[in-house]
Write a protein that binds this ligand. Structure first.
Ligand code: NAD
Length: 731
């Protein structure tokens, strides 16, 4: 396989063009790296070559490192994985350093050959780290291109010199958004930030690159950090200004990550320690911290869930093998909060939408919601006037069901009332083509029951969005008892069109995400009732990496919704209902009129503008804080096992059929501690024996809800771990 092509022209320019066969995007493998190095050697060793252009044969430069390779590198390194990783990373540094020095005399810094990176489009991760080692970076003026270092988003950091080079190029402050937040921008903005040197029209890219190479002088090839007297922009750590930066950055990172994301901390250490030593030593330090991160189970779990498995699900890992079911015209019934959001995301993805409500004004209001989102986008410069008109033009608000004719998918998001849902199902089915698929966005009603109102239950399915629809990345697809494969394929193809991540689950109370999040919220409220300090509950959750504590989460979703769900669940479960103690808290709060954020009063206090203040101190009047408080770990275990055990039960009962969906769905659906890779990965990190032991202790103290499911008990003593053994079932 040839990933890089080498050619030379009559003017002595060697072009190394990255173009992996049969792939739409270049990604770097170890073999690819060896090829690149060999071509660089050839160019540097050939007297006829004056300089080199590194570019791509595709419309983009590169999507990054093949993260599967990192996972494999670690596996293949035998008993000394850290050594294997370190050697592999240092070989990357050597290749990139060779590009950077380009054959120049190390003392006089003269005699090197100019090497320019010419980027036609997107350049991510190693796709930017290679250019950063070149002497100049020229990008095509392509506003669709994204340039940046997104590694931090999957639990690692730029470990092929990108961290050290960017920090030295921009200073710690300037580099922070790109390194610590994985900020990606279009070429002009990246140039303004000082990361790349030039932006030129796409058809002039190679000519300009060549022109630069031919005109380059010795001094143009010397990186600031290789020149005498280099000083880090903004000050190195021992400089007063640098000192301020690093102290602030350290506090900021700990505040943002609560100390649970190893990559952010390691990255900062690599930058800080690297800034105190010469460049080549700094690369070694970066490599050691990178190995440290790669050896942390959090990074492999994050890579697995947030990159490899998320992508596999988006590409249709669980899609039935039927023909393309892309949606051309969508009907949305109910133009309330959810319906309006669904209409917007569909229209934004280029789909025609008929948006129906009982009153024309309500339907128009739904379209107005889409307009509001587009207006916000325009204010931020992300949406043009033309784009806004185009998207809104795709949404037809009406009360007339006849307008649904020709829709190949309908999603209902009317009131959560089976009678209303049955009525709109029948009305819509009378208007849509025989082969159209009908979906419900219900969050609590069983799909198989709602399907009884349908004349075509095999074409009836659940497509469950999360609120707010335009922001939440997960969509739960629910198979009812009679749902057929074509309906599943339609739902998956639709989710792919709107660029969200799907999971496919079977029909059971609360499906998957809500089933797991409710016990988390309930455990928090139970503790309040027991007298555990609310601040301890909230902080324990955050220190485990949960984005919101359980009490804040109830405030966001509202206590009256909690009361409504509690009543319905009690009615459905009868004597088996076990959350009476939680209801005491919920109903008391509702009686006080403290329904959460929407009434500007809940477990938290809010100011007149609705801004959240501290925890409400009135809570202690009804539920006094106990003198003796539990230790942090116990509170964390209660909150985390409440969710994770429910996830295991969902798998055991066949609601989840693929463990990957359980992990990805948990992170994207309700923010389950992303550093852990999801509840199943988290259990594996604890080890089944420790997890079961903890469950036994929690059960003895707090009740049977913590009983370890058999599936978890069965994993004790198995070498492959809980996850790996289940994954083979999914593959
Ligand atoms: P909502 O009250 O904001 O909107 C419901 C809309 O349906 C209203 O505009 C109403 O006028 C319209 N409607 C009612 N009867 C109708 C009929 N016969 N014909 C046409 N339109 C009718 O409710 P929502 O929060 O958007 O929820 C809608 C559905 O989505 C519910 O099934 C709910 O369980 C589900 N859901 C809600 C959330 C959430 O966070 N709110 C999340 C996931 C799913």
């Amino acid at each position: 396989m040839t990933d890089f092509h080498y050619s030379t022209d009559a003017d002595g320019i060697a072009t190394i063009s990255w173009d992996i066969p049969n792939k739409s995007m270049n990604v770097l493998s170890m073999e690819g790296l060896a090829e690149l190095e060999a071509h660089i050697d050839t160019a540097l060793g050939d007297d006829a070559v004056k300089g080199v252009i590194i570019t791509s044969g595709k419309s983009d430069f590169a999507g990054g490192m093949d993260l599967n390779v990192i996972a494999k590198m670690k596996e293949m390194a035998g008993d000394q994985p850290e050594k294997g990783l370190f050697d592999g990373i240092m070989s990357m540094h050597r290749t990139l350093r060779k590009i950077e020095r380009a054959g120049m005399d190390p003392k006089t810094l003269k005699g090197g050959k100019p090497i320019v990176a010419a980027l036609p489009g997107t350049a991510l991760g190693i796709g930017l780290e290679i250019p950063l080692a070149c002497h100049r970076i020229i990008a095509a003026d392509n506003p669709k291109a994204k340039i940046g270092l997104p590694e931090i988003m999957v639990g690692i950091f730029p470990g092929a010199g990108g961290t050290t080079r960017l920090a030295r190029k921009l200073g710690a402050m300037g580099a922070a958004p790109f390194l610590l937040e994985g900020k990606l921008s279009e070429p002009k903005k990246v140039k303004a930030a000082g990361i790349i040197d030039e932006v030129v029209p796409g058809d002039e890219l190679l000519a300009r690159a060549k022109e630069w190479v031919l005109g380059a002088k010795d001094a143009d090839l010397v990186k600031p950090w290789d020149a005498k007297g280099y000083k880090m922009p903004g000050g190195a750590p021992y400089h007063p200004a640098g000192f301020m930066t690093f102290v602030g950055a350290s506090a900021m990172i700990n505040g943002k990550t609560q100390g649970v994301y190893p990559a952010a901390k390691a990255l900062l250490s690599a930058v800080y320690e690297g800034a105190l030593v010469p460049f080549d030593t700094a690369l070694k330090i970066e490599a050691r911290w990178f190995v440290n991160v790669l050896m942390n189970p959090s990074s492999s779990a994050m890579i697995r869930s947030l990159f490899i498995n998320k992508e596999a699900l988006e590409k249709g890992a669980n899609r039935p093998k039927v023909e393309d079911e892309k949606v051309a015209k969508l009907g949305v019934l109910g133009a309330g909060m959810m319906g309006a959001g669904i209409a917007y995301v569909a229209a934004n993805a280029g789909i025609e939408v008929v948006l129906i409500d009982a009153e024309q004004a309500a339907a128009e209001k739904g379209r107005g919601y889409a307009e509001g989102i587009l207006d916000k986008g325009m204010k931020r410069g992300k949406v043009s006037e033309a784009k806004k008109a185009e998207v809104l033009g795709r949404i037809t608000p009406t009360t007339d069901y006849a307008a649904l004719s020709g829709c190949d998918l309908v999603i209902e998001a009317v009131f959560e009332d089976p009678r209303v849902k049955a009525e709109v199902t029948a009305k819509a089915e009378a208007a849509i083509p025989e082969n159209a698929i009908f979906a419900t966005n219900t969050s609590t009603l069983p799909i198989s029951d709602l399907a009884k109102a349908s004349a075509r239950p095999e074409q009836f399915i659940g497509i469950h969005f999360f609120s707010p629809v335009d922001k939440m990345l997960l969509v739960e697809i629910i198979r009812g008892q009679q749902t057929g494969d074509r309906a599943v394929a339609k739902a998956l193809d639709f989710v792919r069109q709107i660029r969200k991540t799907p999971i496919v689950v079977n029909d059971a109370r609360f499906f998957y995400a809500n089933r797991c999040i409710i016990p988390y919220i309930n455990e928090g409220m139970r503790m309040v009732r027991e007298g555990v300090a609310p601040a301890l509950v909230e902080n324990a959750a955050k220190l485990m990496g949960m984005p919101l504590g359980p009490l804040q989460l109830v405030d966001e979703t509202s206590l009256d919704l909690g009361a409504k769900i509690a009543k319905a669940t009690r009615a459905a479960m009868g004597d088996a209902y076990a959350d009476g103690d939680v209801d005491e808290v919920v109903f008391w709060m509702v009686a006080q009129g403290r329904l959460g954020r929407k009434t500007q009063a809940g477990f938290y206090s809010y100011d007149e503008k609705g801004k959240r203040q501290g925890l409400w101190d009135g809570l202690a009047q009804q539920f006094p804080t106990a003198e003796d408080q539990p230790d942090l770990i116990e509170v964390q275990h209660r909150l985390m096992f409440a969710q994770a055990l429910e996830a295991v039960r969902a798998l055991e009962e066949g609601v989840l059929t693929d463990i990957r969906e359980g992990d990805v769905g948990a992170i994207l659906g309700w923010g389950f501690a992303p550093w852990s890779g999801g509840p199943f990965s988290w259990l594996d990190m604890l080890g089944a024996a420790y997890a079961v032991d903890t469950c036994d202790r929690l059960t003895a103290r707090f009740g049977t809800r913590f009983e370890a499911p058999q599936l978890l008990r069965d994993a004790v003593g198995k070498e492959a771990g809980f996850y790996a053994s289940r994954l083979s079932n999914a593959a």
